[in-house]
Design a protein around this ligand. Structure first.
Ligand code: WT7
Length: 652
């Protein structure tokens, strides 16, 4: 470790004196939160309005075979009422959502809490009129437009469970998710503008619905007005129906443990899992982390650049900010359109106070030169956030100096789809930061580092192993949709009595946590999780492919890239045309984010005598670290390794 990464940056006095949580507050509150979690969380749950108060704060069991997680389980609330109705008395004319379109020449839209209420109530009534009932699933496949937030909140209002599918996913991926959760309805738009191009979402949905029950209805937001095909009796013009719907739909009382949403995420094996989040615990946790981690003060403008298709968008564009009565920015575009100054232009235009993005975006902007940042007045910025993957110290320093001018604490937030909200993160007025470290746990979070092989907890301050969590927090996922067994096996089997994150981690002499990356067969491409097994099964589904093995490799911009070893069928000749065909194939099977960066033709794959592919070796070859391959004598055919090394695509 270089001295630079161990250097602490202390929040300025000016910042600390205004901050919601000071260094001593953090220590006191953290201690209370783990010594007496029930009283701590009983109090924190009051961040929400409850229709019927809870008396049961926490009922959790991490024992394998009986995993059961419940928070505020006898409380009754409605999530949309917490995000909208309760703010109307004081903030009806305050902006809830600032919509910044892809095209910078189109005007931004400021949606007040009153207007948000009107739209969400109408959309909720439209859903009811389409026969959506409490507990029904609704798939949302939309661009980053206000209607995505309306749809989420409308579901929450009537007790339907939403499942957002990222608009970059293919028709196949969409169909799989619609079928897995048994959705009654899918909400999409005509097309989705992004970076000046248009994704044909309605056409994708038409293709997906060919593989779904013909009972699934399709609500279409006419957003761009682009030409689309229309299936009478199945397709519905949602804006038209909203205009004619009543603006009054009473929020349905829901139990705290009723599912709010399902979000699919990749794992190390098989198909994506439907991560299920609750209504009460999830919302309380999203609201609390949003408030304290970003030091959100009333009136601030908050911008999280994620897409609502990922958990970051759920917790920190929609639910956390709106539960806190915040002004949240929804950006339809990309960081580099029309040019590399777009993020900063938007920060200046809307006087953004807290800005939250991913290291991959920072790395790509960093490469374009500081002048793109310096052109804009960024004096409104107070806190800068990072999420999705470890942030390299170069990007951290650039963020700190060039974007934040040394005045804005950086919060490097470590969490996962499964955790609902931040688990390891600095609180900006309380915790000094080090470039590349997610620092310390949020209230109530008890990280432990276990020895990967023995599973023993490493209690000394300095330790390196796998990161697990002891005990629960309210935002934790409750189950895998339709497969509680899989939930237990994935997260609670390997290390008994703990939640296993899948990440490796080091704790330094100051007790700071440093995430070292995934320890399972999951790769992190531009902050998006991709299961290697998923890419492999897409590849082998191609008629010319006999076998495939996929591993991660270091990638300058994306953090990790996708490296695929492909064995072709006997009679098939490798060619560049075939390589391009396979790349395209994976794009259409899963989506553009799954496209391999490299495809290496592999006449054979290194396997043990029992036929198990030795990924460790393939990873080393992809990383060009062939000096330390380790023991290969147990391989069935050790010579395939030489062949693969000779034809490695590294640096080509
Ligand atoms: C995985 C979770 C949580 C929203 C975005 C991704 C990695 C996430 C950090 C960070 C180091 C990070 C981990 C984690 N990760 N944030 N600040 N530092 N690594 O959600 O798709 O569920 O992926 O992303 O490996 O396990 P996700």
């Amino acid at each position: 470790m270089s001295d630079d990464t161990n250097k602490m940056t202390v929040p300025s006095e000016a910042f600390a004196s205004e901050a919601l949580i000071s260094a001593t507050d953090y220590e006191d509150l953290y201690r209370r939160s783990v010594e007496d979690p029930v009283s701590f969380w009983a109090e924190q749950g009051k961040i929400l309005d409850w229709m019927e108060p809870y008396t049961q704060v926490k009922k959790t069991c991490f024992d394998f075979g009986r995993v059961d997680i419940k928070w505020y389980s006898d409380g009754v609330l409605n999530v949309s009422a917490n995000c909208i109705d309760r703010h109307l008395a004081r903030k009806s004319l305050q902006t809830a959502i600032i919509f910044e379109p892809d095209d910078p020449n189109e005007p931004a839209r400021h949606i007040t809490y009153k207007e948000l209420s009107d739209k969400v109530n109408r959309m909720a009534n439209v859903l009811l009129s389409q026969g959506v009932m409490r507990g029904d699933r609704v798939v949302i496949y939309l661009p980053m437009i206000p209607e995505a937030a309306y749809a989420m909140l409308a579901c929450a209002r009537i007790g339907a469970i939403h499942s957002i599918v990222f608009a970059g996913f293919s028709p196949d991926a969409l169909a799989n998710r619609i079928n897995d959760c048994g959705a009654k309805l899918v909400i999409t738009s005509d097309t989705a503008p992004r970076g000046g191009r248009r994704t044909p979402l309605k056409a994708n949905t038409d293709a997906a619905l060919l593989h779904c029950s013909d009972k699934v209805r399709c609500l279409v937001v006419k957003h761009t007005g682009d030409q689309i095909s229309w299936v009478q009796g199945r397709d519905v013009d949602v804006k038209y129906l909203m205009e004619h719907a009543s603006p009054d739909c009473p929020p349905r009382p829901m139990n705290a443990e009723d599912p709010l949403f399902i979000l699919y995420t990749s794992g190390s094996t098989g198909k994506p899992k439907g991560v299920v989040h609750s209504s009460g615990g999830y919302l309380a946790y999203a609201a609390l982390t949003h408030k304290y981690v970003f030091d959100y003060h009333d009136g601030d403008v908050f911008w999280c650049t994620a897409d609502v298709g990922w958990v970051t968008g759920h917790s920190y564009i929609v639910y956390g900010p709106l539960a806190n009565g915040a002004t949240t920015v929804m950006f339809e575009g990309v960081p580099t359109y029309p040019d590399a100054g777009r993020f900063w232009a938007v920060c200046e235009k809307h006087k953004v106070n807290q800005f939250y993005t991913a290291p991959t975006a920072l790395r790509s902007l960093m490469g374009q030169g500081n002048e793109w940042v310096e052109k804009y007045d960024l004096s409104s910025l107070k806190v800068l956030g990072s999420v999705g993957e470890p942030i390299n110290p170069e990007a951290w320093n650039w963020y700190n100096e060039v974007v934040g001018k040394g005045n804005c604490p950086i919060v490097d937030t470590w969490w996962q789809t499964e955790t609902g909200g931040h688990l390891l993160t600095p609180l900006p007025g309380a915790i000094p930061t080090k470039p590349g470290s997610a620092t310390l746990p949020f209230f109530g979070v008890q990280p432990v580092i276990l020895d990967a092989t023995t599973g023993e907890e490493m209690t000394e301050t300095e330790a390196e192993g796998v990161l697990c969590l002891k005990d629960s927090w309210p935002g934790q996922m409750r189950t895998v949709w339709g497969d509680h067994e899989r939930f237990q096996e994935t997260y609670f089997q390997q290390y008994k009595g703990y939640y296993f994150s899948g990440d490796g981690c080091r704790r330094d002499a100051d007790g700071y946590y440093w995430i070292t990356g995934r320890v399972d067969d999951v790769i992190n491409v531009s902050g998006h999780r991709m299961g290697t097994a998923e890419v492999e099964s897409a590849l082998v589904a191609h008629a010319k492919v006999a076998e495939a093995a996929v591993v991660g490799m270091p990638h300058e911009l994306k953090g990790q890239g996708i490296y695929a070893y492909v064995t072709l069928m006997n009679d098939v000749e490798p060619s560049d045309a075939l390589r391009a065909e396979l790349e395209k194939w994976v794009r259409t099977e899963i989506g553009p984010i799954a496209k391999p960066d490299f495809i290496q033709w592999a006449p054979g794959l290194p396997k043990t005598r029992s036929g198990k592919i030795m990924r460790r070796i393939l990873r080393k070859i992809a990383e060009n670290d062939t000096g330390s391959l380790g023991d290969i004598s147990t391989l069935a055919e050790p010579q395939v390794v030489d062949e693969l090394i000779q034809n490695s695509l590294y640096q080509k």
